[in-house]
Structure formats: C-alpha cells, structure tokens
Design a protein around this ligand. Structure first.
Ligand SMILES: [Zn+2]
Length: 545
C-alpha cells in the first residue's frame, strides 16, 4: 500500500468536509422521578441512556443540555408524609436528595436537576395554564371515574381488571368531583397530522403506531385540576362559591418541567434554540402522557412540539417482574460501587435494542463484562501497553499511513464509525435515534478486529528479532492508535474506562480533544502524530468470578 494512501476516509467528513452535518443543540430529558422511591434499574436505564446522548453531544462540541429531576407533588406524597409525621416539603427535600446524590455517584452528567416544588417551575406552570385558559381550552365539569391513588390515574369502568387498577393492581376509588378539564379533543386531529408528517417524532415505530391507534379511537378530555388534595400548585382559577380549592393536576404540573427548566421567560434565546431539539426519553408506561397529553397542551399554549419522544422497554430481573415485594430490585448505586460505573452502562445497552424489553440476570451481566471489557478491550490494552513498554521504551506515535495487513482493521473502524453517525444523508446521527445496541455491536467488532490483527502479527515474536524492529513498531503503533479511536467511539458509553485508557496511552481524554472535530477523533491519525509516552497500570477490568 502506497505511503500516500491515507487512513480511512471519515464518514463524518465525506460529504461536506465539515465536522458533521448536525450542529444543532442536543437537549435530552428523563422523566422527573416520583420521589417516594429510590433509583432502581428502570430509572437508571432511562437516566444512563440520556447521559450517553448528552456525552455524545458534548464530544461533538454541540451545545448540550441534559435535564433530570424529581416530581414532588400529589396526594400519594402528602399521605406518605402524614404517615411519617413529617412536613411534606421536608420529606420531599429528603427524597429528592436521594435521587440527586445517587445519580451523581453513578456518574450521571446532568446539567440541571429540576424539582416541581421549586418556584422557577411553579411560575412557568401557572404561566402556561393561564395561557391555555385564555385560549378557551379549559372548562369546569364533573369528573366521575375510578381513580388509582398510586398511579394518579383515572380509569374507566371498562379498563379496570377485576375491579382493580389495571396498571398496578391496587384498589381504586370512585371519585365524583368538580374538575377543570383540558380540551384535549380540540388538538388530537392536529397531533395526528404532526405524527404523520414527522414519522420519527415518536420512536420506536411500534410505539408510534400505538399512539396513532389511541388517537384514532378518540381521547377523552382530561382533568387539569383536582380538589381531593392540596399538595400541589394551586389552580389559577377558582374556587367557585361553595367549592373546594383546585390544585393543578399532576401531569400538567410534571410535564411542564421540560419547559420550565430552560427558563423560557428569563432566557428566551436559549429557550428558542434548545426547546425544539427536545428529546424526551421515557419508559413505555408513560407514553400516552408524553405523546398525547403533552403535545396537545403545547399546541394549546403555542409552543413548538419536542423533536422526539422515545419510549424504551421494561426490565425483568432473572426472568421475573421487578418488584419490591419479590426483593429482586437491582440497585444501580450498589452495582456501581461493586463493579465500577461502566460495567452496568455497558450491559444495559449491549444486550438488546432500546425499544425492546429485556432481562437482567447476574450470570449474563458477568459474562458480558468479562467478554467485552476484561477479555476483549481490557486484554488488548494490557498486552499492547506491555509490549510498548518493554520494546519501544514506552513510546509510540500514530502511524502516518495504514500499515500492511491493517485493511480489515480500518474497514472495521469505518463501519463502527458509520454505525454511530448513521446513513450518509441522514438528518441526524444513529446515536440520536438511540441505536445504541447496533453501535456497541459494531464498535466491539472493531476491538475484536484489533485483537485479531495483534494475534496475526504476533508482535511478541517480532520483538525477539532485532531486524524486525521496524515492523514491530508499526504493529504496536497501529494497535495503539486503534485503541485511541475505539476509546473515542466508546466514550459516551464508558467514560471512566475510556478516560483511563487515554491516560495510559499518553493521549488527552476524548472530551478534551473535541476541539479537533468529532470526525477527527474517530479517524485513525486524526488526533495528531506526536510522540506519546504510555503509563502502565493494573488490569482495567479484572474478570468477575
Ligand atoms: Zn394503580
């Protein structure tokens, strides 16, 4: 191969020569979590998936905003505080801290943590509700239905299962009360048109189809206020003579966090940039609220719709439904303490695509971590650095051309890189479509191909023959540069590991190289060819027994 033949062409640069087509901001949200719980496998899954996308946005040097937070209003919490003999606000402060601190501990890089009891949130909720009222979209009516306190959801007679809540199986109570209603029916036709014109608005496609079916069947107007409890934001209208005080119904409170956190009144320019890029990552159980109620409310208050709603599947644990009573919940904080932050991050997205349901089993977790991290990636790093240390005085440089025999390696790198960015003319990257499963599959194939090349070239044998020094240098440098590239590809998923790999290779961390442009980070030779000095260390991932 001619010296001038360069390293693989970057799929990121092949069209425009610029770093990448998308310089749009990344705004990713998780649902705000109800504070009567602690983080579990399900909420960690959503939150880590959002974290991966946020890190990807930052690595691409795009303006990135990652929001999570807590939902702190509603009857259930008021009741709980009464049971505990505690002030409700003091209790939710305590619970919210558990979420905040747990996410911090497992390395979640959120930019903001919003709480629905904050004044900045209340102000926007009232602002938007007043707008909906001014638009004539709110009316007073009678609500008669079955209510599940635990889920804060109304069910029709026909939806009950054996007289109980179809979602959680708990007792429901019949409620008749004066409510303000939001005229959702006024906007469903418009929403249907939006979904048809924007097929990627709701992903995966199976969930989009569910929403379309619900809309076609007809959606009832929903309560915008409640009077059965007071722990919430007072409704801006009422009470009428002889009526109880109204509190804003929890969904019109909670969903608004996605807007209120951006401070639309205080920072209108930033709001205009970020809001239309909003990607709501949710569990499939709250699809209807996010994909029907929320867009209809946004239309009512004249705000653009978010870019995307992505509903992921559910986890079982060892083949069983996760539940506190079964005692089979997986604590993400404990997992992180025992196996490091990255092991669970890898497992979550490596086993099945994000729209599907999946199972967590300890045996599969260990097998996955051992195969990918200990054997494949960890072993490659360790043996490469060992030979560089012993034979090249601990120094290497990225080769300036692709060495003989590396064709398959760089083809595999190119494929991994394409899997991240997606088809050449796509409007957005595969990362933004949460195709994490495919991306990790391709990236670990690339790591495998580096190991294969290493085995084929047998640099430990080359090291015994002084006349082969040139070839030895070429092989080890090629592999080291391949590892650098893999670390940049994997960084959003495995940030600690990839930072540590970079440190040992003697290169800057992926994030601190982002000024070079994302295309260069993923291109062999793209981060420069200066001399690097390696640092040796303990195995990155000891095998889990
Ligand atoms: Zn329920």
């Amino acid at each position: 191969m001619a010296l001038s033949v360069l390293w693989m062409e970057s799929p990121l640069t092949r069209n425009s020569g610029r770093s990448f087509m998308s310089e749009k901001p990344v705004y990713v949200t998780t649902p705000i979590y109800y504070v009567n719980d602690a983080p579990h496998l399900g909420s960690a899954y959503t939150t880590i998936a959002a974290d991966v996308l946020a890190r990807f946005g930052r690595l691409q040097n795009r303006e990135t905003f990652f929001l999570t937070g807590t939902d702190e209003h509603g009857e259930k919490l008021a009741n709980r505080a009464k049971e505990l003999g505690e002030e409700t606000q003091a209790m939710v402060d305590r619970f919210a801290k558990v979420f905040h601190d747990s996410w911090k501990e497992i390395g979640i890089s959120f930019d903001d943590f919003i709480r629905t009891t904050e004044e900045r949130h209340r102000e926007i909720v009232l602002h938007l509700m007043n707008k909906a009222i001014a638009h004539g979209d709110v009316y007073l009516g009678d609500y008669v239905d079955w209510y599940c306190v635990s889920d804060e959801t109304f069910w029709t007679e026909g939806q009950l299962q054996g007289g109980k809540c179809p979602s959680c199986g708990r007792e429901v109570k019949k409620l008749v009360e004066k409510n303000y209603f939001f005229k959702i029916s006024k906007y469903t036709e418009k929403l249907l048109k939006h979904i048809e014109a924007n097929p990627d608005f709701i992903l995966p496609a199976s969930k989009r189809n569910e929403v379309v079916a619900m809309l076609k069947e007809g959606v009832r107007d929903i309560s915008a206020s409640r009077t059965s409890f007071t722990w919430g934001i007072p409704f801006p209208q009422g009470p009428e003579a002889g009526q109880d005080r109204h509190v804003i119904y929890v969904w019109f409170d909670a969903l608004v966090n996605y807007v209120s956190a951006l401070d639309p009144l205080g920072k209108p320019e930033r709001f205009k940039r970020l809001w239309p890029q909003a990607t709501h990552l949710i569990g499939k159980d709250i699809l209807k609220f996010h994909a029907i109620f929320w867009p209809c409310f946004l239309m009512s208050v004249d705000l653009p719709l978010p870019k995307r709603i992505f509903a992921h599947g559910w986890w079982t644990v060892e083949g069983q439904k996760m539940s506190k009573s079964l005692g089979n919940t997986v604590d993400p904080v404990q997992m992180s303490r025992t196996y490091g932050k990255d092991a669970l991050r890898l497992f979550m997205f490596r086993e099945f695509p994000m729209g599907s349901d999946g199972d967590f089993s300890m045996a599969n977790f260990k097998a996955r971590v051992n195969a990918d991290l200990a054997n494949n990636l960890g072993n490659l790093v360790s043996r490469t650095l060992n030979l560089i240390s012993k034979n090249l005085d601990g120094r290497w440089k990225a080769p300036t051309h692709s060495a003989p025999g590396t064709e398959d390696v760089w083809e595999s790198a190119r494929q991994a890189s394409s899997s991240i960015t997606g088809p050449a003319n796509a409007e957005e990257t595969s990362m933004e479509r949460f195709e994490y499963f495919n991306i990790l599959q391709s990236t670990f194939s690339f790591v495998t191909s580096l190991n294969k090349y290493f085995d084929t070239k047998a640099p430990w044998t080359l090291a015994k023959d002084p006349s082969k020094k040139q070839e030895l240098t070429e092989v080890l440098s090629s592999v080291a540069e391949g590892i650098r590239v893999a670390a940049c590809m994997l960084w959003p998923f495995l940030p600690d590991t990839c930072d540590e790999i970079s440190r040992r290779l003697g290169v800057k961390t992926p994030l601190s190289l982002r000024e070079l442009g994302y295309g260069n980070l993923l291109r062999p030779g793209g981060a420069g060819a200066e001399e690097r000095v390696i640092t040796m260390g303990q195995p990155l991932f000891p095998r889990i027994q």
